[in-house]
Design a protein. Structure first.
Length: 259
């Protein structure tokens, strides 16, 4: 085979190998699951489940059980982690303040697929008024409780039969292996149901000088959307492929000149 042909074939092989490693794409789909957590006016601690096969590495994280695959849960990139355990990092209002941007890397880590990364960057403030937070309990009441310092993330709703629901939303970014191969944004919603009106829960939080806490099971759902580069701006993986190809071809040309 002619030496030039050998060089070109080698360049094609190397370029193929190079681009194969860059073929990762932003993670997409939906993720649903749940666990238990303890919440106070200043922190939210995710609890470790004794049945978890992904034990908590330290006191600053808790267990998250990913649900089964269905038409609306564990879709896209998350089908690979259905029916497995993950861990979530705890939150507090000093390092993860509600309503302000921050960076909490690897907020969720998946035992079944460590290549998936979900970083947390924002906790949405609650959007309900505070006027009915301390009224006598009644179905249909809504409340985002005022806090001595900071802003509450919780939206509270009183239902029938002295039941209530608490929800809050978070935002962040997701990627596979490395953020250089493309990222997705996500919105996550945490929800917990209680067999008592939210006024009782607020009283628990206010106990012991405002240091009380409430522990309950929760469910969570995350929806991811790929970030689309602006027109004319290539995706990171595409840019790296182009650069890699040029470097390979430059090496071939240099070698030809030296032979």
């Amino acid at each position: 085979m002619h030496l030039r042909s050998v060089h070109l074939l080698l360049a094609a092989v190397v370029l193929t190998m190079f681009t194969a490693g860059l073929n990762a794409a932003p993670i997409t789909g939906t993720l649903s699951g749940g666990g238990s957590a303890e919440v106070s006016n200043t922190f939210l601690n995710f609890l470790c489940d004794v049945l978890s096969t992904a034990p908590c590495a330290d006191a600053g994280q808790g267990s998250f059980l990913v649900g089964p695959v269905s038409a609306t849960t564990q879709t896209g990139s998350f089908a690979s982690v259905a029916n497995t355990w993950a861990t979530l990092k705890d939150l507090n209002n000093v390092t993860e303040p509600v309503g302000s941007s921050f960076m909490l890397p690897d907020f969720i880590v998946f035992q079944a697929n460590p290549a998936l990364h979900l970083d947390l960057t924002f906790i949405n403030p609650g959007s309900f008024p505070a006027g009915m937070c301390f009224s006598a309990p009644s179905p249909g009441q809504i409340c985002t409780p005022p806090l001595p310092t900071g802003v509450s993330a919780f939206n509270l709703i009183n239902g029938a039969n002295n039941q209530s629901t608490a929800t809050f939303q978070v935002q962040g970014t997701g990627y596979s292996v490395s953020a250089t191969t493309g990222t997705s944004t996500y919105v996550g919603t945490f929800s917990a149901d209680f067999n008592e009106p939210y006024q009782t829960l607020l009283a628990q939080l206010a106990s012991n000088g405002g240091t009380g806490s409430v522990t309950a099971p929760y469910s969570a759902r995350f929806t991811l959307t790929p970030v689309v580069p602006p027109p004319g701006v290539p995706e990171p993986a595409t840019s790296m492929m182009v650069v890699g190809g040029l470097l390979v071809m430059a090496g071939v040309v240099r070698r030809r000149k030296n032979t």
